[in-house]
Design a protein around this ligand. Structure first.
Ligand code: BG6
Length: 492
């Protein structure tokens, strides 16, 4: 007999047979080859590594000869993709969430004719994936739009970006028709609502200097991305009715720090604005009622043109996807200790452990979020990022990342519980397939991969790949469709 408040956690899960076990990366963090194959510079190419070891990268006006830019070579997937995909296949991946570098396809972003060499590169990548029956899940823009669009047009604060983006989408939908079925229009679109310099700058594709990074501009840029996304969904469906096109939200879950009603309300408001607003627009097809008050109170005026509301209503997405790494707390007592997190800082939760980067580990929070999101939208959900950044080390040619295995196991258990709750989770692609450049710090040291990449924070290293213990563990998880979350079979 269960006591009040207790639930039966059976540890055996019924993941659907079609469940897309996978792993994720993004072009700007893994590819490298930044000036090869006709590729133009992207906004991510001017992000230097953090100079003082902090999480803050610095952005330069243009490429400077004396600055180290970790993304220029990154993990060199550009030259190693066949070997990397072969390793992914050995791991048993059924899906690979990756992104396309816009400036590889349109070097400047505003051309009408694409760069054939760039298109061919992704043809080769998709062919390689499909050879191993790995389903590509493709993000169209993951913080790395062409630099020219920032310099010439001011990035997403300019409405012209919508047409450039749609031209890019049309080329992708046409070229990869039949190879790619799952598309994500924008990575973490809601980060435009967070004043986090480098990342919001990447999302806006403009400088993060304070005079340009105002909330008014960010919200206008977000509106342009909403319109671009909705038009891309409509276009993608017209071009192939089998295309499945989703939104992607960085889920920033904040618990009320206390049961004081003011803290409860604060957490609700934070959830509405930071998390639900973007889903509401992209899934329900209109700005939610609470957004109007929020924008009014902040004196933010969005320029909405005639036809925009119809565009949003007609271009709703087929699935919801999210990144989920951690949770924080929020409350009115400003003396409480803060801790780091993905995109945001928050208050410490006394019940949670944190990673060495201060991100609080909360598998049960994932179940809460999945239920919360599904209650609201009732459309399929993909968890396209989740993982643990740690400074892994190689010992006797192996990487014993049992902490990562623990992290992932506990999160998979909670996904299993959510599926039993009735939530339609269709994919899980942890961050990351292989080690790559950290977005916030520009380091390699903060490693997320199932596959170790021999490279340090200054660009030294052989770039050799070593499957970590988590690689072999995940392989078993996939092979048993989530039934065996405990064993590892190491194959040398
Ligand atoms: C997500 C981004 O916000 O978090 C990824 O979509 C990023 O691009 C990931 O790498 C982890 O963040 P970080 O800063 O540790 O690399």
């Amino acid at each position: 007999m269960l006591k009040r408040g207790e639930e039966r956690i059976e540890m055996k899960y019924n993941f659907p047979s079609s469940f897309m076990w996978g792993a994720a990366t993004s072009a700007g963090q893994v590819e490298g080859g930044w000036d090869e194959g006709g590729r133009g510079p992207s906004i991510m190419d001017i992000l230097g590594g953090s100079v003082d070891g902090s999480v803050h990268r610095h952005q330069t006006e243009k490429i400077m000869p004396d600055v180290y830019y970790p993304g220029h070579v990154a993990s060199d997937f550009y030259h190693n993709f066949r070997e990397d995909i072969a390793l992914m296949s050995q791991m048993g991946l059924k899906s690979y969430r990756m992104s396309i570098s816009w400036s590889r396809v349109f070097p400047k972003g505003d051309e009408l004719v694409p760069n054939e060499e760039g298109l061919q590169f992704y043809d080769d990548v998709f062919d390689e994936l499909l050879k191993y029956n790995i389903e590509p899940i493709v993000t169209i823009l993951h913080y790395d739009a062409p630099l020219h669009l920032a310099d010439e047009y001011g990035g997403w604060s300019n409405r012209k970006m919508i047409d450039f983006y749609l031209n890019y989408c049309e080329v992708l939908f046409k070229r990869y028709n039949g190879k790619v079925k799952y598309w994500i229009t924008f990575n973490e679109i809601n980060c435009l609502l967070v004043p986090f310099g480098v990342i919001t700058a990447g999302a806006m594709n403009m400088s993060y200097k304070s005079d340009k990074n105002t909330e008014q501009l960010r919200v206008q840029a977000l509106h342009h991305q909403f319109i671009a996304s909705a038009k891309a969904v409509t276009l993608g469906h017209q071009m192939n009715k089998d295309n499945k096109i989703g939104c992607m939200i960085a889920y920033m879950c904040n618990y009320p720090l206390t049961c004081h009603p003011e803290d409860i309300r604060l957490a609700q408001k934070e959830d509405q604005i930071k998390n639900m607003l973007c889903g509401d627009v992209q899934i329900r097809g209109a700005y939610p009622a609470y957004a109007k008050r929020y924008f009014d109170e902040k004196n933010i005026k969005i320029e909405i043109l005639p036809g925009d509301e119809d565009t949003l209503r007609n271009g709703t997405v087929d699935f919801y996807s999210m990144s989920y790494y951690m949770t924080n707390c929020i409350g009115n007592d400003k003396t409480k200790e803060l801790t780091a997190g993905n995109l945001v800082y928050g208050m410490k939760n006394p019940y949670l452990e944190a990673t060495e980067w201060g991100w609080q580990i909360d598998p049960v929070g994932l179940r809460w979020v999945l239920n919360h999101v599904y209650d609201r939208y009732q459309i399929p959900i993909m968890i396209v990022e989740n993982g643990m950044g740690t400074a892994d080390t190689v010992q006797d040619g192996r990487v014993h990342d049992d902490y990562r295995i623990d992290y992932l196991r506990q999160h998979i258990q909670q996904i299993g519980e959510s599926i039993k709750d009735g939530v339609e989770v269709i994919a899980y692609t942890p961050w990351s397939a292989l080690d790559l450049v950290s977005l916030s710090g520009g380091t390699m040291r903060k490693r997320y991969g199932f596959i170790y990449v021999d490279k340090d924070d200054h660009g030294n290293g052989s770039l050799n790949r070593i499957p970590k213990d988590s690689f072999y563990w995940y392989k078993k998880v996939i092979k048993t469709n989530g039934l065996d979350l405990d064993s590892i079979e190491i194959h040398k």
